[in-house]
Design a binder for this molecule. Structure first.
Ligand code: C2O
Ligand code: CU
Ligand code: CU
Length: 552
């Protein structure tokens, strides 16, 4: 596409839309009644793990002197072994919940913040009632009971709030934790454990002069692009130093817990990054990459062997430049009338530190990384009836600056015909960010809904030019990637990131560049009901780039 006219037209529209009062109000669906689920403890549910988890308003020492107002999940263990629950000290984030596959888990979520909330278990294969649907939000003072069996294989899952319209801000203030699953397959491998198994949650934040978190200072303009902060926090702290032992072998569990920012991660030493796990658990075998592209909500396991390092050697995980700013604050949203990057967020196209590793005195552990980690978890696309006509979802801008999926936005429990799938079937979904223009002409009704809506419609004019990356996430299942098409991706951008994708293993979140489409194969099993699929740029999600699909 033509970048220049794209920016100019975008600025014109920015000017136009800014005076429209219609857009200043946040749309919150309160129409559907709170169903009577999750309110009582089922005494027949024999819990192995029972946790009380409160969302509270807290005050955390993040910067020096003055505390920052935050939200936190505070856990207390009612039943389970001690290692089940670990609160992160001096951080608003957490806790880390550690369970085994097959465990029966009860979580008593108590909402003590003065707004509606609900917890979603990101990546877990659970029923609709346990999934944290926005329509299940509870008020301050209320409790929601989750009771589920852990059916997922070993891996790094996580949890965060999911109230429609407010997920971004609640996560931003500190509500997020890890849900780590182990299983027999993983235990047999002798991977690093204990102090050598290190969770690393990466987030960007901006603080004002009185150390308070600044969120979307330019209002709707910032929301359109998604929050981008001016500094990096690791596990909720500004001190990004990990003190590790020389000769240690480590498992770093990276989670990009940022609202909208993606990272291009690499070692400062230029040695390759060894990845051995993704969202849905271990890969078949480890993979070496020159760098790694980690979109919002994605997790990876990174192997770190410090036996060839010397004490006090400088080792850093850094972000390498990505030419994305033109499409983000500096271009699409910030160009023209908005001026240039008024928000002083970290530019994508710059290098900055993510983790600083302090190599300390030698202390060996006997862990190792086998060449063979797991049997293939790949679903066979040949089992999908719609193999040759994938169910297509277009993530795009529609109408007056609205982020949509197939031309629609979130509307409570609403689900439409093209969002209904059958239990015990396998399907291919094509998620499209302006990459697959031809699907718009499909006649099967599953294609482009917003076609031919005039100038703002997708595929022509503005709609097609207003493109941003969309980190797409599907609830309740782990899919396999069968195709990543980049024909329509800007060449510069593609060349800068193309070696950083991991398209193997089971995943629940993918990073779709502008002009890209991907084919995913997935299976609907065990649970009927409504589940969400959405953009995990939390600001896009809050604006309605989220829909239900129904398994029946
Ligand atoms: Cu992590 Cu529906 O999201
Ligand atoms: Cu999720
Ligand atoms: Cu998006």
């Amino acid at each position: 596409y033509n970048r220049r006219s794209f920016i100019e037209t975008a600025s014109l529209f920015a000017a136009g839309f800014y005076v429209m009062p219609l857009f200043s109000s946040c749309k919150m669906d309160t129409s559907s009644a709170h169903p009577n689920v999750g309110t009582t403890i089922n005494s027949d549910f024999n819990a192995d793990v029972d946790i009380q988890l409160k969302a509270v308003q807290s005050s955390t020492t993040i910067l020096s002197v003055k505390n920052t107002d935050t939200y936190s999940y505070k856990g207390s263990l009612i039943k389970g072994v001690k290692q089940t629950l670990q609160q992160l000290e001096g951080s608003a984030l957490g806790p880390i919940i550690r369970v085994k596959k097959g465990d029966r888990v009860r979580i008593r979520f108590e909402n003590e913040i003065s707004e509606k909330s609900i917890i979603h278990w990101h990546g877990l294969h659970v029923s609709h009632e346990n999934d944290g649907h926005p329509e299940h939000v509870i008020d301050k003072g209320e409790t929601y009971i989750y009771e589920f069996e852990v059916m997922n294989r070993a891996g790094t899952y996580w949890f965060h709030p999911h109230p429609h319209g407010h997920t971004g801000e609640q996560v931003y203030k500190g509500l997020a934790g890890l849900f780590i699953v182990t299983d027999e397959e993983e235990k047999a491998l002798n991977l690093p454990t204990g102090d050598y198994d290190i969770p690393v949650v990466i987030q960007d934040r901006t603080f004002d002069e009185s150390n308070q978190l600044l969120y979307l200072p330019n209002g709707r303009m910032d929301q359109m692009q998604g929050f981008l902060g001016n500094r990096i926090l690791i596990n909720g702290k500004v001190d990004n130093t990990l003190s590790l032992n020389k000769d240690g072998k480590y498992r770093l569990r990276l989670l990009n817990g940022s609202n909208s920012r993606a990272y291009k991660l690499a070692w400062n030493t230029k040695e390759p990054i060894t990845v051995f796990g993704v969202d849905g658990g271990l890969l078949e075998s480890p993979k070496k990459l020159p760098y790694l592209l980690l979109g919002p909500a994605q997790r990876v396991d990174v192997w770190l062997d410090l036996s060839k390092k010397s004490e006090n050697e400088e080792l850093k995980l850094i972000h390498l430049p990505i030419p994305l700013d033109n499409m983000m604050s500096g271009g699409m949203m910030g160009g023209g009338m908005m001026g240039n990057k008024s928000d002083n967020s970290l530019p994508y196209n710059s290098q900055f530190d993510i983790i600083n590793i302090n190599v300390g005195a030698s202390r060996k552990n006997d862990a190792q990384l086998p060449e063979r980690l797991s049997v293939s978890q790949a679903l066979d696309p040949a089992d999908a009836e719609n193999r040759n006509s994938p169910r297509t979802f277009n993530f795009a801008m529609e109408g007056m600056m609205k982020w949509t999926i197939n031309g629609r936005t979130y509307n409570g429990m609403e689900v439409t015909e093209d969002e209904i799938v059958k239990l015990n079937t396998t399907e291919v979904w094509r998620i499209n960010n302006g990459g697959n223009i031809s699907t718009k002409n499909q006649k099967d009704g599953r294609g482009m809904m917003g076609n031919n809506r005039g100038m703002m419609g997708n595929g022509s004019g503005m709609g097609n030019m207003m493109q941003m990356p969309h980190p797409v996430h599907i609830h309740q299942l782990q899919f396999n990637i069968i195709n990543r098409n980049h024909e329509n991706v800007d060449q510069n951008l593609w060349n800068a990131v193309k070696d950083g994708f991991i398209d193997e293993g089971r995943q629940d979140s993918v990073y779709l560049l502008p002009g890209m489409y991907m084919d995913l194969v997935m299976r609907f099993e065990d649970f009927k009901g409504l589940f969400l699929y959405h953009c995990h740029n939390l600001e896009h999600e809050d604006m309605g780039m989220m829909r239900n699909f129904k398994i029946e």
